[in-house]
Design a protein around this ligand. Structure first.
Ligand code: C2E
Ligand code: CA
Ligand code: CA
Length: 579
């Protein structure tokens, strides 16, 4: 006799359901002879049995005199679609068979007529069906592109975990982490969808390596991850660690044919039970935090805060006003002196935009630049800045005031404007701007947002004689090979490190390393946010070239800056002789 499950060490579990006292001993005997193990119960108890045992087949006695038979069949097929149901009855005529087929019965046997051969065929055939259905069910739970569980399955499992949390059955905390790349749509548009698919697959691999827990792709390049942290551990410490690991891993280059692409990413985190124990809420909160992180700066993460619920309101209020601010000429360009550390002399300035609002007064860029970037209004605002800087350079030169550098900030969104280079060229010609004075400050995220595209833009602008500096140096993920390739003449050490040099040994080490790095890359190095003489002395002793910060001056309007230049402003107490 053939075994129906030749490769299986265990027997095939079969459930026999009979609610009307039919003699099933013949069926049971046949099944046992084919290495099946059987359990038997009435229909009322079947649900419970099915919950506790992994049955491969169900044998349902139809009791066709009983009108419930078809509804029982219907129920079983609905609740356990991957388990084949084989009807057995002495009175199965073709009319009943046709009818029960409509209700999706898989097979039929008549116990008194059954032979070994029939049983073997029925078992083989239906076990194959079970195998296919199980496989289909498994595939239905997967995302075809990444092979990870799909969104529906993730939501189901997340809901289950949160349910336990609500019932106080779990002492754990959970962090739901929402992740996506910045500039992915653009990457897709430029490089095609198969390149986009490659990036998504690579992302999923990197994320799975970092956290083997529950991860799924929400859509496009957006992933969500559930991190479980035991109650005794420090939740935020875990979150910080994993977010930094994700940032680090996802900003490694993606290789596409000859191209090495670096795509920054943004991360948002929501905590359960701290923020919510409801699936949709928690996902929504993590998404909001991610959007906030992207607005602030790419390559960053943010943990949800209730105040983001209101975060859409200021955007709505600001957006139309920003449009009229351009028309009504409400922007002003302030200048913060850039000082040569050794001589203490002003060598130039950084132009920083301000919005002189007719009712609200002076508004700082942190309030409106994120909205301007999100809406694309940064493009016309950016042109206004270049034009204003051009005019001011002309005015300074006309007053016989010499400056070596005047820098302005360029947002990564401005590179998405295909007219950027042409428009800048026109402005340069219109204001006869000496391009060797002009410098554009770019952040690391701007540089690596879409390497090829930005790189082309930078090279084209460099041909016009414009200099570039890397802003907020140390906060992002620099590719050193790229830094060497690009025409970047100076690196600006981020204020957050400079402010820490007095009391944080870590920051001191970072600043030293950044200065050394700038020296070895042969770039000028500028420290931002210098507020104290102590900081200045430290920077000077490690060979930092220039400094900018409140120690010298806050950003001031053009006339005041001009006044500082005219008076040959020099900071006392720190000079080459004193250091
Ligand atoms: P940023 O480019 O990093 O500019 C430096 C910021 O640090 C400025 O803030 C400046 O006022 C502030 N700062 C300078 N020295 C000190 C100091 O010693 N201590 C402290 N606490 N702060 C100091 P601001 O002017 O509010 O600008 C904020 C950000 O807005 C800038 O950061 C820049 O990213 C952006 N931004 C400003 N103007 C423009 C612009 O014209 N275009 C674009 N795209 N972004 C701009
Ligand atoms: Ca800057
Ligand atoms: Ca900066």
């Amino acid at each position: 006799m053939l075994s129906v499950a030749p490769n299986s060490p265990t027997s095939v579990e079969c459930l026999i359901i009979d609610s009307c006292g039919f003699d099933t001993s013949g069926v049971v005997k046949h099944l046992q002879q084919h290495q099946c193990s059987t359990q038997q119960c009435s229909f009322d108890l079947a649900t419970d049995r099915l919950e506790h045992t992994d049955f491969k087949l169900i044998f349902l006695h139809t009791c066709f005199t009983d009108t419930n038979a078809l509804s029982e069949l219907h129920y079983l097929r609905q609740q356990h679609p991957h388990i084949p149901v084989i009807l057995f009855d002495e009175n199965l005529d073709y009319e009943r068979i046709d009818e029960s087929m409509l209700w999706r019965a898989n097979d039929f046997i008549c116990p008194s007529k059954v032979t070994d051969e029939t049983v073997e065929r029925v078992l083989r055939y239906n076990l194959k069906i079970h195998q296919y259905h199980t496989e289909i069910e498994r595939l239905n739970q997967l995302d075809p592109l990444t092979g990870m569980i799909n969104r529906q399955q993730f939501h189901k499992e997340l809901s289950e975990q949160l349910k336990q949390l609500r019932k106080n059955e779990s002492a754990s905390h959970f962090a739901l982490i929402s992740i996506d790349l910045d500039g992915f749509r653009r990457f897709n548009n430029i490089n095609g969808y198969s390149a986009g698919d490659m990036v998504v697959r690579e992302m999923s691999k990197r994320l799975a390596e970092l956290a083997p827990g529950l991860i799924c792709r929400q859509g496009n390049d957006e992933f969500i991850m559930l991190l479980e942290v035991t109650a005794s551990a420090n939740l935020l410490q875990h979150v910080t660690l994993i977010c930094n690991q994700i940032l680090h891993s996802l900003t490694e280059p993606y290789n596409h044919h000859e191209l090495e692409v670096i795509l920054p990413c943004s991360i948002g985190v929501a905590l359960a039970p701290e923020h919510s124990c409801e699936t949709d809420n928690l996902i929504n909160q993590a998404t909001q935090a991610r959007i906030k992180a992207k607005e602030n700066s790419s390559c960053s993460y943010i943990v949800f805060d209730q105040k983001y619920h209101l975060s859409n309101e200021p955007h709505v209020a600001i957006e139309p006003e920003l449009i009229s601010a351009i028309r009504r000429n409400e922007f002003e360009l302030f200048y913060q002196p850039r000082v040569d550390i050794l001589s203490g002399k002003i060598i130039g300035a950084e132009g920083l935009i301000r919005w002189r609002h007719p009712q609200k007064g002076l508004i700082y860029p942190d309030v409106f630049i994120p909205t301007a970037e999100r809406t694309g209004l940064i493009v016309p605002i950016g042109y206004w800045v270049i034009q204003q800087a051009g005019e001011d350079i002309q005015r300074l030169l006309a007053s016989n005031l010499e400056i070596k550098r005047l820098s302005i900030n360029l947002s990564f969104r401005q590179f998405q404007d295909s007219y950027l280079c042409r428009t800048i060229q026109r402005l340069i010609e219109k204001y006869s701007i000496d391009t060797s004075i002009l410098e554009f400050e770019l952040t690391e995220s701007a540089l690596f947002n879409n390497e090829l595209h930005v790189r082309e833009g930078i090279e084209e602008l460099h041909k016009l004689g414009i200099n570039f500096s890397l802003d907020d140096f140390g906060t992002g993920y620099s590719s050193f090979s790229l830094l060497q390739k690009l025409p970047i003449s100076s690196l600006k050490i981020d204020r957050s490190f400079v402010s820490g040099v007095n009391n944080s040994p870590d920051d001191r080490e970072i600043v030293k390393a950044l200065i050394r790095l700038a020296h070895s890359l042969n770039k000028e190095v500028i420290a931002e946010g210098v507020e104290t003489l102590q900081q200045l002395n430290f920077l000077a002793s490690y060979g930092c070239h220039q400094a900018q910060g409140y120690l010298y001056s806050k950003p001031v309007p053009y006339e005041e800056f001009k006044h500082l230049l005219e008076n040959g402003y020099e900071i006392t107490g720190v000079s080459a002789a004193n250091l």
